[in-house]
Write a protein that binds this ligand. Sequence first.
Ligand SMILES: [Zn+2]
Length: 244
Amino acid sequence: MSNDLVARCSELILQSKNTVVLTGAGISTNAGIPDFRGPQGLYTSRLYDAEKIFDIAYFLKDPKPFYEFAHDFIALESTIKPTVTHNALAALEGAGKIHAVITQNIDGLHQKAGSQKVLDMHGNFLKSHCLKCRKAFDYRELKSMVLQHVIPHCSCRGIIKPDIVFFGEDVKYYHQSLELAQSADLFFVIGTSCVVYPAASLPQFVPGKIVIINNSKVELNMYNVALEIESDMDVFFNKLMDTL
Ligand SMILES: [Zn+2]
């Protein structure tokens, strides 16, 4: 990755009046969260049956496979920290250079890094609700039950489900995300190969310039792609933050 790309990217950020960011699993792999769709991912490792565990109809019949996955995820979650890229995005927002982050991730790392305006399109694992009475549960309550291999139930006897989007459920914040994309003069696509809809469709609505940063090639054939940076995201953001 050349210093020229870093310089051009920082110029775009400085010129922009309304920068919006879309992030995907690639941004969290350096934090130790496997990309569920990547080569080491859940869909290919067959350690879990993704079709079952993230299917809402299956969950309502038998939440056990999901909670086996959740047990492992929670054990992992307590050990992970935001990456250089998460921290850079939070710092840029704090400096008024980023308006909002739209994410497909459920790990809450943008919030941990200090980002304020985060739209979790696929929900957030750190919040949960009883499916019967809608009572909200905080993460500590859920965590202690799951780590004891207890399937979390509310006092009303309803099942508690983390607020993540399962197959068969609508994504969250779609309209707000669409409005953000439609008003962006600069739109970053970071760590996502843009294959999971509807988040993958958001770049199509961007009137401004698009910058793609990913560790592998992203097939986004649009006239307004200003920069395509194929690099480790943390290496890139380290250099970018030194420049700005
Ligand atoms: Zn309840």
